[in-house]
Design a protein around this ligand. Structure first.
Ligand SMILES: [Zn+2]
Length: 178
C-alpha cells in the first residue's frame, strides 16, 4: 500500500492508495477537510494556539516548549497536554473535521520530550495519579514495575535523533518531585 501525505494542497498524486491531508499541521494553520481524503490533525503541537495563548505552553525545568528554546530539539511550539480550554476546543474541532472527511488521524498527541510538562496543573495531576512519572507520560495504564520498565524501554528507544547530525539526545530528564 502506498501512503500519500499532503501538507499544502489537497490535490491527490497518482499512484497512491491512501490519501491523508494535513488539515492542521503543527504550525497551527487550518485548511478545509476534504470529503475524499483522510484528515490529519496535530493536537498539542500548535504554533498558532501557542502564539494566541502563551500561557498554554508546556513547561519543564529547562523552560517552556517554545520552538525557539535552545534547550530542546523542539520543531514547533508544544502546548501543555492537560490545558483544559485547548483540549475542549480541539475535541470540538476534531469532531467537526470528522464529519467532513472519511476519518481523522492525530499527530502530536503527547507530552513534549525533555521531561515536559511540569506546570502546576500537570504536577498536581501526576501526584494524584500515584503513577511513576514515565508511566504517566507514556499513557501506559497501570503502575507495576513491569509496566514501568516497558514504558521506560520504549521511551529510551524513542530518543530524539537529530536528522542533520545523527546525534542522539536523551529525552529523559526527571523533574523535581518535591
Ligand atoms: Zn502542563
Amino acid at each position: 500500500m502506498k501512503f500519500g501525505s499532503y501538507v499544502f494542497l489537497p490535490e491527490k498524486a497518482e499512484g497512491f492508495d491512501f490519501h491523508l491531508y494535513r488539515v492542521k499541521p503543527e504550525v497551527g494553520r487550518r485548511m478545509p477537510p476534504q470529503p475524499d481524503m483522510y484528515s490529519n490533525i496535530a493536537f498539542f503541537g500548535d504554533n498558532v494556539a501557542a502564539r494566541n495563548h502563551p500561557d498554554w505552553i508546556s513547561q519543564s525545568p529547562l523552560g517552556p516548549a517554545w520552538r525557539t528554546n535552545n534547550n530542546f530539539n523542539v520543531r514547533w511550539d508544544v502546548l501543555c497536554a492537560t490545558q483544559p480550554e485547548h483540549r475542549e476546543e480541539q475535541l470540538d474541532y476534531i469532531e467537526d473535521v470528522a464529519r467532513h472527511s472519511p476519518g481523522v488521524w492525530l499527530n502530536s498527541i503527547h507530552f513534549a520530550e525533555h521531561g515536559h510538562c511540569t506546570c502546576p496543573r500537570c504536577n498536581e495531576k501526576w501526584k494524584k495519579s500515584g503513577r511513576w512519572w514515565i508511566v504517566r507520560r507514556s499513557g501506559t495504564p497501570g503502575n507495576d514495575a513491569t509496566t514501568a520498565k516497558q514504558a521506560y524501554d520504549l521511551m529510551i528507544q524513542n530518543r530524539r535523533v537529530d536528522l542533520v547530525t545523527g546525534k542522539r539526545t536523551p529525552i529523559l530528564r526527571m523533574p523535581p518531585t518535591r
